[in-house]
Write a protein that binds this ligand. Structure first.
Ligand code: NAD
Length: 471
């Protein structure tokens, strides 16, 4: 392919690794750096440290050819025209993003710059980080003309990260210099001129999408805010529908019908209007908090974001109360848990609502059999198996002799269970669904007592939960 550019990606996590193999896929030469020696050794053996569709195939295609893995940051920077920083920016105590990983990387980059480089913020960072990176480089004696700093936020979603990267809704580039903008345009050209999509061996996109990707060039500050504002807005949509769900439930309405009706309005759209146990993951909780902090620093009251967080936290209480009102006491109860990851199609358990619910159940003395298609290994490291907690091989094993089954993650396979088999496995046919994966009528016809979010519960045995009984 035309115009191969030498790229260094620092960080080989969900964003860095995906970016590295995708840049290789569109024809660039990539070195991916991580200071986690074990991870780099795995990658060099062709092992994929995260669960992500299409990643193993692309890694196999490009490893040792267009993409290399190393712990040697200096050499990687020296050989590259563009350096993408994709390290973590976790939430600090004040709610602000902890930028210490970014600063550590920038200091190392400073020692390696000998000719013009474009340093790209790929990590999600608060506004003015671009400016701080520039200052740190200057403090380390790097000459102003020998680098530019660009903000290029990443919008991929775990679970469809490779496809999102190669078929983005938009690519945002925040810079005030033509030279840096030009390099960034060349890097993304195979996506923005559509050349990649015309390749025979290109990955198949969503609905075989072939239109060129849109590119938006803004100032660095605007680009930084686009990312925070986008995530905060998506989180807001989730909290909004969860608040509506609780109202729907108390007036005998159905939140799924309400969301469908709202989503048909093209001004609103149906995405992220899914009621459930609330959002989690490594992005929304910390990005909402960080954006709130950014506003506070400017003396602005963005209280709406507090409410988004409050509703999200309360939603876990709402769900836990459903368990209690269905089962009464929890000590010694056997509960099947389906789902540990923060959402379906990923092994990521960071800030997972499922783990929060699981911890509460353990604290209440319940005995858990938990299953997740990809996240068990990560969950085990955090919550080791014990007399109270078993990890099992499939949904039916989890359900065996359980007093109730909980659905906590929206994995596709949890939406297509063999309901007759599930019913036979359970001691009591009680399903409490935190993701609304089933229609109440379907569950009713299979003989379940079925409790979900924002919809009327189905009680086949006539025993409605105490809290729902008219007084
Ligand atoms: P991650 O924790 O999966 O990966 C970060 C990687 O950086 C790790 O492999 C770590 O070892 C490495 N690292 C840390 N310090 C380093 C150093 N000094 N030198 C080299 N490597 C170093 O994180 P992630 O989920 O990929 O997120 C990275 C950034 O991208 C965050 O700012 C996040 O908010 C943002 N983001 C994440 C997603 C997502 O879905 N995960 C989506 C968009 C944006």
């Amino acid at each position: 392919m035309q115009d191969a550019i030498s790229i260094c990606v620092i960080g080989s996590g969900y964003v860095g690794l995906v970016a590295a193999v995708c840049f290789a896929e569109i024809g660039h030469h990539v070195i991916c750096v991580d200071n986690d020696e074990q991870k780099v050794a795995m990658l060099n053996k062709g092992e994929v440290p995260i669960f992500e569709d299409n990643l193993p195939e692309l890694l196999k295609k490009h490893r040792g050819r267009n993409v290399h893995f190393t712990t040697e940051l200096r050499a990687a920077v020296e050989q590259s025209a563009a350096i993408f920083i994709a390290v973590g920016t976790p939430q600090g105590d004040s709610g602000a993003a902890d930028l210490s990983y970014v600063e550590a990387v920038v200091s190392e980059i400073a020692r390696a710059i000998s000719d013009y480089k474009v340093i790209v913020e790929k990590s999600t960072v608060p506004v003015y980080t671009n400016e701080w990176i520039r200052r740190i480089l200057n403090r380390h004696g790097v000459q102003p003309g020998s680098f530019d700093v660009v903000s290029n936020p990443e919008f991929l979603r775990e679970g469809s990260a490779v496809s999102d990267f190669l078929f983005p809704d938009r690519i945002v580039i925040g810079t005030s210099t033509g030279r840096a903008a030009d390099l960034m345009r060349r890097i993304y050209a195979p996506l923005t001129d559509g050349a990649y999509y015309r390749q025979e061996d290109a990955l198949k996109g969503p609905h075989n999408r072939s239109a060129a990707a849109k590119l938006l060039v803004t100032t660095a500050q605007s680009a930084e805010i686009i990312k925070h504002a986008s995530n905060a807005f998506l989180a807001l949509k989730i909290s909004f529908i969860n608040a509506v769900a609780n109202l729907a439930e108390s007036v005998n309405a159905d939140v799924e019908d309400i969301a469908a009706g709202m989503g048909m309005d093209s001004r609103i759209g149906s995405k992220f209007l899914r009621a459930g146990v609330g959002y989690g993951g490594s992005c929304f909780p910390k990005d909402v908090a960080a954006f709130r902090w950014v506003a506070q620093q400017q003396g602005l009251d963005f209280g709406l974001l507090d409410e988004v967080q409050r509703i999200n936290n309360a939603q876990r209480d709402v769900f836990f109360n459903k368990i209690r009102s269905a089962l009464w006491t929890l000590r010694g109860k056997r509960i099947a848990v389906l789902g540990l990851a923060f959402k379906g199609n990923t092994d990521d358990i960071r800030e997972s609502p499922a783990l929060d619910i699981l911890r509460r159940l353990l604290d209440a003395g319940a005995c858990i059999a938990a299953y997740d298609p990809a996240a068990i290994e990560k969950a085990e490291a955090l919550l080791p198996p014990s007399a109270q907690l078993r990890y099992v091989e499939d949904a039916y094993e989890a359900a065996q002799d359980a007093d109730a089954l909980l659905i906590l993650t929206d994995w596709k396979e949890f939406a297509t269970l063999d309901l007759a088999r599930l019913n036979r496995a359970l001691r009591y046919p009680i399903v409490i669904d935190g993701r609304n994966l089933y229609r109440p009528e379907t569950m009713s016809s299979h003989g379940f007592n079925y409790i979900s979010i924002g919809r009327q519960p189905v009680w086949n045995d006539g025993a409605r939960p105490i809290s729902q009984r008219p007084i």
